[in-house]
Design a binder for this molecule. Structure first.
Ligand code: ZN
Length: 413
């Protein structure tokens, strides 16, 4: 599988080099297709990749350009060996031959690998249930620190859910609370105390023992690295330590995603209308750093905040909330992030200045003087903005009947 993934990455890099080198009028899908076929004939290690997976690389590459032109992403770039996620696509579902062999295990055909066993975690439309509306349309294999994972693409027909009659709620990706709700509830996961530089503990999903182990491994890696001479290969011992570090990190990520899934499901079931702030995380990271001529102020504190926002993976939470509320018949609304952390939710008075690092909000209006949790205050302001009609994208009435349903893997980009 590793060979296939390396070949897929190399295919991407070759394709990108070829595409950007080619004159604009010569660029076409057919030419790219022919080039890929030729590359698979000429280069032995590229032939390891099944023909369909190679075509999937081309498709993903074109999608990357489309995402760029539509403003959703930056330009596609080369994929570095140690920084990119290893993955192989199986674009067609008909050859998979999925069979359940045990309560917890299934078998699947992987091209050029053969029949492999996988952990059965969710029911798949197969056997007697499979038809043109309910079927598996493909799969994707992804590697993380703990090994290879398979995610099936599934197409199912679902009846339109009834309109959710639940209450409205504003949610803030808090600084002191991971998710603060406007009705005073919050979804916590026992976050350990903040570090002296204001950043959140990045290994908060690990137990004390695991953290101690991780620290030991990181020290060991640093020690072993200190013996490495320039241009020398990474020793097997150092590589083994890196693997152990990766495994612990992958474990932490899994726990984080599990918490996100459970939390967003609870929220989608409980509330009919969910309101969140429109946050552009990439822009926030960029603005904190500033430019060379105009370096950003307070970079360290801001990067700490950014890190904790990125860590909570706010974007992923919003994505989950979007499809989960839709499935429950509810709606998700986004409001512009303006003064939500500075405004008093009791009287509407805006206290100027930054107050990103305080857990308690104290109103500066002499007639009010309200004080309370800063994240709940922001969540109430978000709901207030929605009620005043500031919602950005009205998601109401967007009933998606035919929707591919599958568990998004932890490592999905
Ligand atoms: Zn006030």
């Amino acid at each position: 599988m590793d060979d296939q993934a390396h070949a897929a990455r190399t295919m991407w890099n070759c394709l990108h080099a070829w595409w950007t080198w080619l004159a604009k009028d010569k660029r076409s899908l057919a030419a790219a297709d022919a080039a890929i076929r030729q590359a698979r004939k000429d280069i032995d290690f590229l032939a390891v990749l099944p023909a369909q997976a190679a075509q999937a690389v081309l498709k993903t590459y074109f999608q990357a350009w489309k995402n760029c032109w539509d403003g959703r992403a930056d330009e596609p770039n080369f994929k570095a060996r140690f920084r990119s996620v290893m993955s192989v696509d199986i674009p067609q579902g008909r050859d998979l031959q999925i069979k359940r062999v045990h309560r917890r295990w299934g078998m699947v055909n992987i091209p050029k690998v053969g029949r492999v066993r996988f952990r059965w975690t969710k029911d798949l439309p197969g056997g007697k249930k499979a038809n043109s509306d309910n079927r598996i349309t493909g799969a994707r294999l992804i590697k993380d620190g703990l090994g290879w994972h398979i995610a099936f693409r599934v197409q199912t027909l679902e009846s339109k859910p009834e309109l959710h009659q639940g209450p409205e709620v504003g949610i803030d990706a808090g600084v002191s609370l991971p998710l603060a709700l406007s009705d005073g509830n919050h979804q916590d996961h026992g976050r350990p105390p903040r570090l002296p530089d204001g950043s959140a503990d990045r290994d908060k999903w690990l137990t004390a023992d695991e953290k101690a182990k991780l620290l030991g491994l990181e020290r060991q890696a640093a020690h072993r690295k200190s013996f490495r001479k320039p241009k020398e290969r990474t020793s097997n011992r150092l590589r083994a330590t890196y693997t152990q570090i990766r495994q612990l990190r992958a474990k932490a990520t899994r726990r984080a995603v599990d918490w996100q899934h459970k939390t967003t499901t609870t929220i989608a079931k409980q509330y009919g209308t969910v309101v969140v702030e429109q946050l552009n995380i990439t822009n926030m990271v960029k603005s904190a750093k500033g430019t060379v001529e105009e370096p950003g102020k307070n970079v360290k504190a801001k990067s700490g905040l950014n890190r904790s926002i990125s860590q909570e993976a706010w974007g992923r939470t919003v994505t989950m909330l979007t499809y989960k509320t839709a499935r429950q018949g509810g709606t998700l609304h986004k409001v512009p992030a303006s003064n939500t952390s500075l405004r008093c939710s009791a009287c509407g008075f805006i206290t100027p200045g930054s107050r990103e690092d305080q857990a308690t909000f104290v109103c500066k209006n002499p007639d009010c003087g309200w004080s309370g949790n800063a994240d709940h205050n922001a969540a109430r302001n978000i709901l207030h903005l929605y009620r005043m009609g500031h919602a950005l994208i009205p998601a109401a009435g967007r009933a998606v009947v035919r929707r591919p349903r599958g568990v998004k893997p932890v490592t999905a980009r």
